[in-house]
Design a protein around this ligand. Structure first.
Ligand code: ZN
Ligand code: CU
Length: 480
């Protein structure tokens, strides 16, 4: 047998949590043909992985890469970390469908994708999927359609529950998106365009999920004082629809809530016995989203990530900006918006407890268009492997890999991905377990991680020698 590519002498961590083993991996036609001894087999390309780990390419369970895939298709922030698939369209925010276009000012938080509005150019979800197929990105993707986007496109008044007619129109758009290839719906009930939507509206808009095998992902209404109510609401929605629920970027925010992951995780575990539930988490105790004064009140520190009015303050501490301007924090926020921020609002012990929870997947929630982004954009996966697994020993490397591969593929229903197995897609990352580490920091957030050697998507090299190869083999993945 002649192979397109053979990875030799690898220490294989297969993404199932099984202990590592020594093997070669042979790739033909974008698939893993053989895992075993291939020392004397001919191959067009040989990658020597002696002393290194070969693992399934990482699946980023939570992204806002909807536009990045089109505007920066090499996907450097992701492939540099070993990510080979991104789940996009989270938090109620998706680039499509935009039957009515999008004129600036783009409503918060949809402006995280594009504050000018020009990228919201796909009238249907199918048009967006076709654009991704015509001009693929370096990574695969699985797509969610965002409830906030549907509301912005449909409702006359975002401050009210949708009318029955509006619900009907949004439900049709959900159905169109799922038929075109979306794997589910996301909500961002915390944010302004959706917070007036009652539970019932969400259920009725999401009805097509049941017959079209979709799932429900949610940035919950409240991740602070009322986090338990919000978990309950999320699970009620999943139950009413009969579909799996993914709780996005699970956290307990605000000082009074520190420690409460000791309440939320047992509730999640208990409800998991009666319905399908997943959750993801990023490995930092600071969050990031649009800038608002209210959010600064629960944070011990706030950094500005971008500002339309004052781009020169990107990366600065909000306190320092207000001192420079001689204004109160509230007035400073008013001057900067539309803007984004990083909020230090979580407790390290909660972050570790959530990361270590058996069903927690790793998702970056990276914001790729911010001028001074949260370091999770470039650092999430190597940080879990290097900082949390190797240095803090929070879990073994096999478990860390599982949380970003096999578990994620299983939770989202991505067939033949997330595990190194004969017949499965050749999405592979080769890394050095002793060197792997995030380099991106709050001070210097745009930095490729250390220790990632080679990244392969559908059998093609997308990252090697410390840079993107330029190949764009990514596919739009369906849910099995
Ligand atoms: Zn979110
Ligand atoms: Cu998000």
């Amino acid at each position: 047998m002649r192979y397109d590519m053979v990875i030799r002498n690898a220490s294989v961590i297969d993404g199932t949590r099984a202990p590592r083993f020594q093997a070669d991996i042979g790739v033909v036609n974008g698939r893993i043909e053989k895992i075993g001894n291939l020392k004397s087999e001919p191959s067009d390309l040989v990658v020597d992985a002696a002393g290194k780990i070969a693992a399934p390419g990482f699946i980023d369970a939570h992204t806002h890469d909807d536009r990045l895939m089109l505007s920066f298709p090499e996907m450097a922030p992701k492939v540099s970390q070993g990510v080979t698939t991104v789940v996009a369209g989270n938090c109620g925010i998706s680039l499509a469908p935009a039957p009515n276009g999008m004129r600036p000012p783009v409503p918060v938080p949809l402006d995280l994708l594009d504050d000018e509005g020009g990228w919201f150019r796909f009238r249907t979800f199918r048009e967006y999927v076709e654009a991704l197929r015509a001009q693929p990105a370096a990574t695969n993707c699985a797509l969610l359609v965002g409830h906030s986007m549907l509301r912005v496109q449909t409702l006359g008044n975002l401050g009210k529950p949708a009318s029955p007619a509006e619900i009907g129109r949004m439900r049709e758009m959900v159905d169109e998106a799922l038929a075109a290839g979306a794997i589910g719906v996301s909500t961002g009930l915390y944010y302004e365009p959706a917070c007036a939507a009652p539970t019932k509206e969400v259920i009725e808009v999401c009805r097509p999920l049941a017959s079209r095998n979709g799932l429900y992902c949610t940035h919950m209404r409240d991740e602070g004082d009322r986090v338990m109510d919000s978990l309950d609401e999320s699970f009620r929605i999943g139950k009413a629809l009969g579909v799996p629920v993914v709780v996005s970027h699970h956290k307990v925010a605000g000082k009074p809530n520190h420690g409460r992951s000791a309440e939320t995780l047992p509730l999640i575990a208990a409800r998991m016995r009666g319905q399908k539930i997943g959750l993801d988490c990023y490995p930092y105790c600071a969050s990031s989203t649009v800038l608002s004064f209210g959010r600064t009140l629960v944070a011990s520190k706030t950094l500005v990530t971008w500002s339309k009015a004052h781009p020169e303050f990107s990366g600065f501490d909000l306190k320092e900006i207000s001192a420079r301007l001689g204004l109160s924090v509230e007035k400073t926020v008013e001057k900067l918006v539309p803007a984004g921020a990083i909020y230090f609002s979580m407790d390290e012990a909660d972050v570790q407890r959530i990361l270590a929870f058996e069903s927690t997947m790793i998702g970056s929630d990276g914001l790729p268009h911010d001028a001074a982004p949260h370091p999770r954009l470039w650092g999430t996966f190597p940080r879990v492997l290097g900082h949390y697994s190797r240095k803090l020993n929070l879990f073994p490397l096999e478990t860390a890999v599982y949380k970003m591969t096999g578990l994620t593929a299983k939770t989202f229903g991505l067939a033949e991905r997330g595990v190194l197995k004969e017949g499965y897609a050749a999405d592979i990352v080769i890394f050095d377990e002793n060197e792997i580490e995030d380099a991106a920091s709050f001070e210097k957030p745009i930095q490729p991680a250390k220790g990632i050697d080679t990244v392969i998507v559908n059998g093609a090299l997308v990252w090697s020698g410390g840079k993107p190869s330029g190949a764009r083999p990514g596919r739009v993945l369906a849910r099995a």
